[in-house]
Design a protein around this ligand. Structure first.
Ligand code: ZN
Ligand code: ZN
Length: 218
C-alpha cells in the first residue's frame, strides 16, 4: 500500500471539489442573482427561448409537466394566481365581460352545465348552504316583511287551499304551461279571492308575467 494517489483518483477529487464549489455558488445569493440577471438578459432570454422550442426542451418541459412535482407546482401557481389581486381582478373583469357572460350562459344551457348545477343542488353542501340561508336573520326578516305586505295573507291562503286540493286529488294539474307549453308548472292566480281560478305557468313565464305586472304598476 502506498500513499500516493493515482492520477485517476486525483482527477476524481478535483472533479468533486469543483462540483462542490459550483453547488455552493449556485446556492449563494450572488449565484442566484447572477442567474436571475442572466435569465432576464436579452442573451439569456434568447437562449431559453431557443431551448424551449427545441425538441429536447419540449420533451423536458412535457416530462416536467407530467411529473408529480410539475403538476403540484403548476397547481400551486394557478392557485396563487387565483388568490392574487391581479387574478381576482382579471376573473372579475372576465365575468363582467360580454364574452364571459356569453360563455357562462352557454355553459349553463349545455348538458354538462345542467348536470353540474343539478348535482350541486342535490349535494349536501348546497343543502347545508340553503338551510343556513333560510335560518339567517336576513332571510327571516325578508320572509317576515314579505308576509306583512298587503294582500300576502290572502295570497298564501289561496295558494294553501289550492295546493291542498291538488294534493288530495280533487283538482288535477295539467302540468302544461299556458303560454309556452313547458311541462313543469306553477299555479298562477289573477285574483286571490278566488283560489280555484288559476292558470298554469312554467317558472319562466310565471316570473315574466309578474315582472310585467310589477312594471305596469309602477
Ligand atoms: Zn312557460
Ligand atoms: Zn302568479
Amino acid at each position: 500500500m502506498t500513499n500516493t494517489k493515482s492520477d485517476e483518483e486525483i482527477l476524481q477529487e478535483k472533479k468533486e471539489k469543483k462540483a462542490e464549489r459550483d453547488r455552493k455558488y449556485r446556492e449563494s445569493a450572488k449565484g442566484k442573482a447572477n442567474r436571475k440577471a442572466y435569465r432576464e438578459s436579452e442573451k439569456g432570454k434568447a437562449i431559453i427561448k431557443a431551448y424551449r422550442e427545441s425538441e429536447k426542451g419540449k420533451e423536458s418541459i412535457k416530462a416536467y409537466q407530467e411529473s408529480e412535482k410539475g403538476k403540484a407546482t403548476m397547481k400551486n401557481c394557478i392557485e396563487a394566481y387565483k388568490q392574487s389581486e391581479e387574478g381576482k381582478a382579471k376573473r372579475e373583469a372576465y365575468y363582467q365581460s360580454e364574452e364571459g357572460k356569453a360563455k357562462r350562459e352557454a355553459y349553463q344551457q349545455s348538458e354538462e352545465g345542467k348536470a353540474k348545477a343539478k348535482a350541486y343542488r342535490e349535494s349536501e353542501k348546497a343543502r347545508a348552504a340553503k338551510k343556513r340561508r333560510r335560518k339567517s336573520e336576513k332571510a327571516k326578516a325578508t320572509v317576515k316583511a314579505y308576509n306583512q305586505r298587503e294582500g300576502i295573507a290572502e295570497k298564501n291562503k289561496a295558494r294553501a287551499r289550492l295546493y291542498g286540493m291538488i294534493q288530495r286529488g280533487s283538482i288535477k294539474k295539467t302540468n302544461i304551461c299556458t303560454i309556452c307549453g313547458d311541462t313543469t308548472t306553477q299555479c298562477h292566480h289573477e285574483d286571490y279571492s278566488k283560489p280555484l281560478e288559476f292558470i298554469e305557468l312554467c317558472f319562466k313565464c310565471h316570473t315574466h308575467l309578474h315582472n310585467e305586472k310589477r312594471i305596469a304598476l309602477t
